[in-house]
Design a protein around this ligand. Structure first.
Ligand code: PLP
Length: 449
C-alpha cells in the first residue's frame, strides 16, 4: 500500500485541525505577525507531488500549490537533487558583485521561452514584489517619465512601490500613508461583470476609450507616462482573464506613445496557462515581463525580463544581495526543464479536462456565477443570486472550508471567488477528486441559504 504521501488521493485520519496542528496554530498565534491571512488551519509537514501531509498525518490534495508556486509539485526528486547538489557546491556569492555560471544560463533559458525578435536581458530578484519594483524603476529610468497606470483589481505586491500599483483590497493599503505619486488606476476588463454587457472576447472597449479619451486628455499626457502594468489574468483579483484584443490594443497604445508595457506574469506564468506566459495567448511582446512564483518550485527567485533596448541602465543603477542565488537558480533550471518536457502540456490538457467537467457549474449550482480561466488557473465566482450577481463572500468562504475538511486545499481570490491553481502535474484522478469535493461542498453550502 502506498504511503499517504505516495498516494494520489488524500486521506484524513483526525478531525481537523488535529491535536498537533492545534498546538502549532496556538504557537503561531502567539509569536507570528497577525497580518498573515490564513484561510484554514493547514499545518504542513511534508509534500510530494500534489499531496501535502500535515503534522498529524492527514494528507490533502493541493489545489493551491503554495499560491501557484509549486509548479512541479512538492519536492520533485529532480528539483530536490538540483538543490542538494548546488547547496553542496556553492550556496551564495551575490550576483550583484560577482559572476556565477548559472545566472546567464537561466537568463538565456528564460529569454528563449519569450517570443519576439528583439534580444532581451534579465535581472534576478527574490520575490514577485521585487520584480515589480525593479520593473517600475527600469521603466522610469528608461523613459525618463514617472507616471504609472495600473488596473482596479490588480495585485502587484506589498512593498511601497508595488503597493502603489496594487488595487485589490483596501486593507492592503489602509494605514500605510502616502504611496508613490503619479499612479492612476483604470478598470480591468471583467467580462462577467462587464458594465457594457460585452462577452469575454469583447469586454474592455470602453476602458481603452477611457484611457485614451479621458486619462490621456484630462490627467496624464501620454508623454508623461512611464508604464502601463497589467496582469494578463488577474490573480489575486479573482482569476479574471483579459481578452486578447484588449492586451493587443494596450500594446498598440503603449507603442504609439513610447510607454513601457509591463506584463506581470508572477502568478500566471511558467506554463500554468498551457503556454510559458499567459500574454502569449494574445500574441503580444511586452517591454518588461515580471516573473516569480512558479519559476523555482518554491525556492525564492524572481526575475524581470526586458527588451535589450529597454534595459540600458548604467552600472550601479539597480542591484540586490541575494537575487540569482545559485541554489534558487539550480532549482529554477530543473523546474523549467520539467515544465518544458511535459508539465506545460499537462497544464493545457488538464485545464481543458477540468473546464470540460465544470463549465456547466453555473447551470448546476445556483451559488456558482462564473467559471473562467486558462489551463490550470481556474477561477470560480460565487454569488448569492445569479440574476443580481450579488457577491457571496460568506458562501465562498464556507465552500473553501468544507473542501479543506474533505481533504482539498484551495484558496480564495478576489472578493468572492475560489481559485484552483494546482501543481502542473495533476492527473485525471486528482482532478476528479477536486471536482467531486467542490461539488459536494457547493451542495452543502447551498443548504445554508
Ligand atoms: C500578479 C502578482 N504580482 C506580484 C505578486 C507579489 O509577489 P510576492 O508575494 O512574491 O511579492 C503577486 C503575489 O501574489 C502576484 O500574484
Amino acid at each position: 500500500m502506498p504511503t499517504t504521501l505516495e498516494a494520489k488521493i488524500p486521506r484524513l485520519i483526525t478531525a481537523l485541525p488535529g491535536p498537533k496542528a492545534q498546538e502549532v496554530v496556538a504557537a503561531d498565534t502567539k509569536f507570528m505577525s497577525p497580518s498573515l491571512t490564513r484561510e484554514y488551519p493547514l499545518v504542513a509537514k511534508k509534500g510530494h507531488g500534489a499531496i501535502v501531509e500535515d503534522v498529524d498525518g492527514n494528507s490533502f490534495l493541493d489545489f493551491a500549490a503554495g499560491i501557484a508556486v509549486c509548479s512541479t509539485g512538492h519536492c520533485h526528486p529532480k528539483v530536490v537533487e538540483a538543490i542538494q547538489k548546488q547547496a553542496a557546491e556553492l550556496i551564495h556569492i551575490s550576483g550583484t558583485d560577482f559572476y556565477h555560471h548559472h545566472m546567464p544560463q537561466l537568463a538565456e533559458k528564460l529569454i528563449s521561452t519569450m517570443p519576439g525578435k528583439e534580444h532581451k536581458k534579465v535581472f534576478f530578484g527574490n520575490s514577485g514584489t521585487e520584480a515589480v519594483e525593479g520593473a517600475i524603476k527600469l521603466a522610469r529610468y528608461t523613459t525618463k517619465r514617472d507616471k504609472l497606470i495600473a488596473f482596479y483589481g490588480c495585485f502587484h505586491g506589498r512593498t511601497l512601490g508595488s503597493l502603489s500599483l496594487t488595487a485589490s483590497k483596501n486593507t492592503q493599503r489602509k494605514h500605510f500613508g502616502a504611496l508613490l505619486g503619479g499612479v492612476e488606476h483604470i478598470p480591468y476588463p471583467y467580462a462577467y461583470r462587464c458594465a457594457h454587457g460585452h462577452t469575454s472576447e469583447t469586454c474592455g472597449t470602453e476602458i481603452l476609450e477611457l484611457l485614451e479619451q479621458q486619462m490621456f486628455k484630462r490627467l496624464f499626457a501620454p508623454e508623461e507616462i512611464a508604464a502601463i502594468i497589467v496582469e494578463p489574468i488577474q490573480g489575486e483579483g479573482g482569476f479574471v482573464p483579459a481578452p486578447a484584443f484588449f492586451l493587443q490594443e494596450l500594446q498598440r497604445i503603449c507603442n504609439r506613445h513610447g510607454i513601457m508595457l509591463i506584463v506581470d506574469e508572477v502568478q500566471s506564468g511558467v506554463g500554468r496557462t498551457g503556454k510559458w506566459w499567459a500574454y502569449e495567448h494574445a500574441g503580444i511582446e511586452p517591454d518588461i515581463v515580471c516573473i516569480a512564483k512558479g519559476i523555482a518550485s518554491g525556492m525564492p527567485l524572481s526575475a524581470f525580463v526586458a527588451k535589450e533596448s529597454v534595459m540600458t541602465w548604467k552600472r550601479g543603477s539597480h542591484g540586490t544581495t541575494y537575487g540569482g542565488n545559485p541554489v534558487c537558480i539550480a532549482s529554477a533550471m530543473a523546474t523549467l526543464d520539467l515544465i518544458e518536457n511535459g508539465y506545460m502540456q499537462n497544464a493545457r490538457k488538464m485545464g481543458d479536462y477540468i473546464f470540460g467537467r465544470i463549465h456547466d457549474w453555473p447551470q448546476r449550482f445556483k451559488i456558482v456565477g462564473d467559471v473562467r480561466g486558462k489551463g490550470l488557473m481556474i477561477g470560480i465566482e460565487m454569488v448569492r443570486d445569479q440574476k443580481t450577481k450579488e457577491k457571496a463572500v460568506d458562501l465562498r468562504d464556507a465552500v473553501i472550508d468544507k473542501a479543506f475538511h474533505k481533504g482539498l486545499l484551495t484558496l480564495s481570490s478576489g472578493e468572492n471567488s475560489i481559485r484552483m491553481s494546482p501543481p502542473l502535474l495533476i492527473d485525471e484522478e486528482q482532478a476528479e477528486f477536486a471536482i467531486r469535493t467542490l461539488e459536494e461542498s457547493f451542495r452543502e453550502t447551498e443548504k445554508m441559504i
